[in-house]
Design a protein around this ligand. Sequence first.
Ligand code: GRF
Length: 192
Amino acid sequence: MKTITKKLILLASGDGSNVENIIKYFKNTPNIEVVLVAGNNKNAYVFERVEPFNIETLVFTKSYFNNKFVNIIELYHPDLIILAGFLWKIPELWINKYPNKIINIHPSLLPSFGGKGMYGSNVHEAVINSKVKKTGISIHIVNKEYDEGNIIFQAEINVLIEDTPESIARRVQILEKEHFPRVIKEYLFKIE
Ligand code: GRF
């Protein structure tokens, strides 16, 4: 029986710790391959992290992203496009072209603390200010509104009295590393 390799495209614009974690996880997984890592910030640390892995990278401007980039993506025949620390809104054209095939990870329990401007420590500060008892991570399908697509997976942690945005960020990052690659893998075979 012929096995078909599933292809992943990762979009990131920052530190890239999730990108590195995903690449390492799938490096030795047969039939799943990261084919491209792309982002809008050529100085982002993510591109240094990717260097040792011999994976194609691409840096785009806003207008390239909104217009031409979708044609490049098409050449890779991706099974899944993964936003791992990517902040720009995904053009509607992509969403129509890749229905249920673009996913994002968000560092809160959506629908709480999502939407435009809700990223990084802004999220964790809002969590602390609102005095909720739990926060966590959400992995969701991307639709045309920020952080509003169907949720695929959530994992939670307790918010402690002594928590700061930094301490929450640290525990949230641990959750991300623990779950994101596995959820990607399971989702890939679900949408088959
Ligand atoms: C993660 O916390 C993720 O939830 C959010 O952006 C952050 C990216 O971190 N979407 P990194 O660049 O992978 O280290």
